[in-house]
Design a protein around this ligand. Sequence first.
Ligand code: BES
Ligand code: ZN
Length: 936
Amino acid sequence: MSLLLGRRVPLSFVHRVGACCPAPRWKPVISSSSVRATSRATTQATHGAAIILSAAAANQNTTIMPERRPFVRLPTDVYPVNYGLCLKPDLIDFTFEGKLEAMVEVTQATNQIVMNCADIDIITASFAPEGAEEINATGFNYQNEDEKVTLSFPSALQKGSGALKIDFVGELNDKMKGFYRSKYALAGEIRYAAVTQFEATDARRAFPCWDEPAIKATFDIALIVPKDRVALSNMNVIDRKPYPEDENLVEVKFATTPIMSTYLVAFVIGEYDFVESQSSDGITVRVYTPVGKAEQGKFALEVATKTLPFYKDYFNVPYPLPKIDLIAIADFAAGAMENWGLVTYRETALLIDPKNSCSSSRQWVALVVGHELAHQWFGNLVTMEWWTHLWLNEGFASWIEYLCVDHCFPEYDIWTQFVSADYTRALDLDALDSSHPIEVNVGHPSEVDEIFDAISYSKGASVIRMLHNYIGDEDFRKGMNAYLLKFQHKNASTEDLWDCLEQASGKPIAAVMGSWTKQMGFPIVVVDQEQQGDNRVLKLSQKKFCASGPHNGEECPNWMVPISICTSDDPTCTKLKVLLDRPETTITLSGVGPDQWVKINPGTVGFYRIQYSSCMLESLLPGVRDLSLQPVDRLGLQNDLFSLSRAGIISTVEILKLMEAFINEPNYTVWSDLSCNLGVLSSLLSHTDFHEEIQEFIRDLFTPVGLSLGWDSRPGEGHLDALLRSLVLGKLGKAGHKPTLEEARRRFKEHVECKQILPADLRSPVYLTVLKHGDSSTLDTMLKLHKQADMQEEKNRIERILGAISAPDLIQKVLSFALSEEVRPQDTVSVIGGVAGSSKQGRKAAWKFVKDNWEELYNRYQGGFLISRLIKLSVDGFAIDKMAAEVKSFFESHPAPAAERTVQQCCENILLNAAWLKRDADDIHQYLLQRKAPPV
Ligand code: BES
Ligand code: ZN
């Protein structure tokens, strides 16, 4: 596990929230961002991209980082109005034939048409001006680097409408992007489905097109498929008839789509079962599952049918298509994809088995469904103008998924979990010098891939949560509704949303939000107080928070910080709100006596860290012990102090003392966040010879809550109890708590012998515990369970903990397993990540394995976002300076353009870890020893 930032990976690769073991979800060197900044044009049409060496950097005798050559968006002289697209996939030789007949508008006479196209062979192309004769294209000039093709015509195409016809062929690839094949087993046989994943820039791999989000058109899609296969696309089927040339095939036609962006087009051809329902607003909802597993679609179906009317009501805009399908795809790179009307999911993000799925899986499915359905409005109906505004899509959906889950499952207390999963993750990443602003210029596809990161998702969601809180729900909804209505079937930018919210609320939204989206980082608010009679006078100041300690730069950026304050009088109620729009200010709270505590940022909503004066902090600590501080505030306080200790602002010993004050903590999410941080510390201290002492600390801290929870659920217990039990037992077992280990072994044996099957919520902690302290026969048993498992959730559960095994030869066995046929291509990352995150030996072995198998891994993920995840999980946990240099030099000779920033972030993290260890290791050691020493 990475030390600080990799503990929760964004996108879904593992559960962000409620993971049973804190499994990873989703990035100096001469900062290549400075090199890039010079090469990036700022006009809309040109953005940075493609590799050339920077002579300037070379001359300065500094590290040579790749520079990118200018990226140019598609010309606007020809644009599509409607795509008539017919595809005929061959599921045996993995190719497809395609026919495109696009109605286009020529806005300026030209004798060439430039479109996006990649890995496709064009056979013929012609253009027929409306009412005139067809002209054949005389040349197809592929610009492979730019993923474009230029079709040349012998004479100029005149202004006006016309039909562009292209016949082409392509490969059904195995790279999980474009139009690709996905492997599954049915009746003991290996079979393939043909599926799509187009976001961000891969529609061009399925058909030549104008593959930019702002170039919207309607689509008439037809698929020629084997007659026994299910064929799905964005819209409902309008015709299905035998294909005249082959009696085994049928031609399936779909209704015309609304005007939409290419990245949202989808088709699926395969064997599936489904469950169906009708939402209260009349939309047909189907969940497609692997054959024989329709039951496992019921939970998602229920969530989806509740969610559609919830969004309809929230946005006050109806869902515009007649149907929506949610489908589980076996080989799938992301967690899920919001294709309009045909949402694709990893199996683990959609399927729930009442007996075999754990509580965190249910929660994850609910969040993912909530997320992707939100995109049907926010993203699909109104689409970002360019990828620079990707955060609008992803940040917004990552915020509203919680609102939706809170509506469907209030018992999940999901907003507290937001703080642990998204808010703190964003703060951690954004404290790095190698972070980036939410709004970032991007051009080349590798740059677009790079921004599907925790800044777009988690910081995006966090600043929207802060904004929602600042505006209030009513005006927020008013503004959202105005935005969706004004820009429906069109494109919008960040400013457009601010305008609508500003109109609705009368507040200076653009000015406030610009300070959060246009500059990277966030402030630390330093607070001191003075008692003046019955008044409490607070002195607040802001400066940039840096993971490496106080900001010393000359020019300190400022933020417009909405500050709220509560007191012990009523910890649930905000006493005062102010907008801190300058470096410092003084606030007087009237009627606050000397015995009251004052808390800044109740609810942990504002996107900043807080540094209290020692006397203010002292006064807050009893509120942790007696639970009078709200759970989310106990969590926030602990997390702030933890990050201050990593930055060297306070001693790590202080945070250990604080953690001991949580001994009576009842709240799952508070424990979960604390447990993540302890995991970070434990990983850091695995570089020392007193790693065992921190294990003892963990055992002591978690024993009372473990005892009170016991192993078996009690009547009346709920979702959060199940999550807490799983967390605590896993933590105790991993830290070598003997009674937990013994009981885990006993239960594991009964499970394996099929005498007493483990309840799903106990499986991760039990597997982890027995494997951590197990031998080769434990590993073999686990691999056998993996082989036998029918559900992908169970396979993933096992894959993620395999790395816990301790013996070096067994670690190697797990690493080889990661690349074997037994592991789905997208899941290799979490097996290797599990090895890296488990121990010092694992970390070294995983990194060596990544280096040794780099070509295969890079090729498998085509340098896409999964490679960034892999890098982060593999190297973020190192804590020795020379490892930063090694990682940097490896990626200089093995460039991964879409992971460039991730590599910088990892190197920065490694140096921070090393500095942290040097600074605090001795004191931590002393503290851990003396807390056990008998009092003199
Ligand atoms: N639009 C994304 C899918 C995506 C991710 C496409 C990366 C291309 C690259 C989708 O809406 C999404 O965000 N999915 C998340 C799940 C979500 C619940 C956070 C994912 O894939 O992890
Ligand atoms: Zn999304």
